[in-house]
Ligand binder design. Structure first.
Ligand SMILES: Cc1ncc(COP(=O)(O)O)c(C=O)c1O
Length: 416
């Protein structure tokens, strides 16, 4: 067995990625999420260490001094120079991500810094985008002051040409409805434009925009990748063909000078989070589909408690045309996403609903293990005052239904 293993300079046996891949070449997502980084640390601790260090001692041997290299013979896979470049926790986090996404993944300090670096990298003259997270539009406004990039909508893509950036968020915030990525890829490919996807609401194992041909895919890792409402993070996944063209390296070079690197504590939390990504997201998506279907049935019965308060529900699982055409099931084989919206009948009900709930908490972000609702008017004056966005956590479905039912009843009781 020893021949399968590498040794450190001090003669210790160490596990390598190659050894692991050779022994178990067909490891599944859930196993990879727990073991993809086993080879990184020379320490015997089962859980990763937390390394806050910014700075790393150079070799003592003057013959080993090489610019921007600092190979530690006792930590062959965990050698660093300065943490704006690489650091143990974020590096280990990226190693797990690369295995799970089957391509190069660059981590960032937030979802918006990931989008910023994508935009800087492509440096388009025009970006085609409709709706989506408002902060992304804020980044475009800032960059447009420097580069003059202009913004057009997805309805304008007939005008798209070489080097333009087509940016599609799917599923979309706050409706949870999906967009047809195969269609947008075809349109971008036909004219030599770049397709970038914000897949925050469709994390693995729900959808894989890289497989559908996206050049770059970003996630606000703050949401499902982190999953516990305790870390800010962004990631960019690079299409394997673009990795060959050096895009991953270029993104890292830009990140080094722009300084939008993720913190070490977030890297450590991120590794903890990835271990359960598949379990959390699969359960959240399944619970969402059941909850949405229950609500939809209630909406269709005007005399039910739900029907008296809610007029409409939106979610990918209710996109009848897309399901009939078949692209939706194909593009989201793992489930339709843990976010949806509902329209209440009265604005005062929409404003007061969150204060009636116990399982669901009222907050701006989403994607954690805790179920959340947001009266969308809290995020922007332009939002429809009837809309409640729901982010489904990992609690029991029956408790969620019970919470909504007593919440709707409490609103109806307020009248008397
Ligand atoms: C779809 C989407 N993209 C990007 C972002 C920005 O991510 P972050 O808050 O991590 O910067 C968010 C945040 O809510 C989001 O919902």
């Amino acid at each position: 067995m020893a021949s399968n293993r590498a040794t450190t300079a001090s003669g210790n046996f160490v596990l390598t990625a190659e050894t692991l891949n050779k022994a178990l070449p067909k490891m599944h997502f859930t196993t990879q999420a727990v073991h993809a980084d086993d080879f990184v640390s020379p320490h015997r601790a089962i859980a990763p260490a937390m390394h806050p260090a910014v700075n790393y001692r150079y070799a003592r041997d003057p013959d080993e001094l090489v610019e921007m290299e600092n190979d530690d013979p006792n930590a062959p896979f965990d050698s660093h120079v300065y943490s704006r470049y690489t650091a143990p926790n974020s590096n280990r986090f990226e190693i797990v991500l690369k295995t799970l996404f089957h391509s190069d993944v660059v981590s960032y300090s937030s979802g918006l810094s990931a989008f910023h670096c994508m935009l800087v990298h492509l440096n388009p003259k025009r970006i085609f985008i409709t709706e989506g997270y408002h902060g992304v539009h804020g980044v475009i406004d800032v960059v447009s002051r420097l580069s003059g990039v202009t913004k057009l909508t997805l309805d304008d893509i007939d005008q798209m040409g070489p080097g333009d950036m087509l940016h599609v968020e799917t599923p979309l915030n706050p409706t949870g409805e999906a967009r047809n990525l195969a269609y947008y890829k075809e349109r971008a490919r036909a004219v030599g434009a770049f397709l970038t996807v914000d897949s925050t609401f469709g994390p693995p194992p729900l959808q894989d925009p890289i497989e559908l041909g996206a050049d770059l895919v970003m996630h606000s890792g703050t949401k499902y990748i982190g999953g516990h409402s305790d870390m800010l993070c962004g990631i960019v996944v690079v299409h394997p063909d673009r990795v060959k063209e050096g895009w991953g390296e270029k993104l890292r070079e830009d990140r080094l000078v722009l300084g939008s690197v993720m913190g070490s504590f977030e890297g450590w939390l991120g590794i903890r989070s990835l271990r359960t990504l598949h379990l959390r997201v699969t359960r959240q998506a399944q619970t969402t589909e059941a909850l949405v279907s229950w609500l939809q049935k209630g909406v269709e019965d005007r005399n039910s408690i739900i029907g008296k308060v809610v007029s409409k529900v939106s979610h990918a699982s209710l996109q009848k045309d897309a399901l009939k055409e078949g692209w939706l099931q194909k593009q989201m084989p793992g489930g339709y996403g843990p976010v949806f919206s509902m329209w209440l009948r009265k604005p005062e009900h929409a404003r007061r609903f969150a204060s009636k709930l116990y399982v669901f908490q009222h907050a701006a972000s989403l994607g954690g293990v805790e179920s959340l609702v947001e009266w969308r008017a809290m995020s922007s004056k332009e939002e429809d005052p009837l809309v409640i966005r729901v982010s489904v956590g990992v609690e029991d479905l029956e408790d969620m239904k019970a919470d909504f039912t007593q919440g709707f009843q409490a609103l109806l009781d307020e009248r008397s």
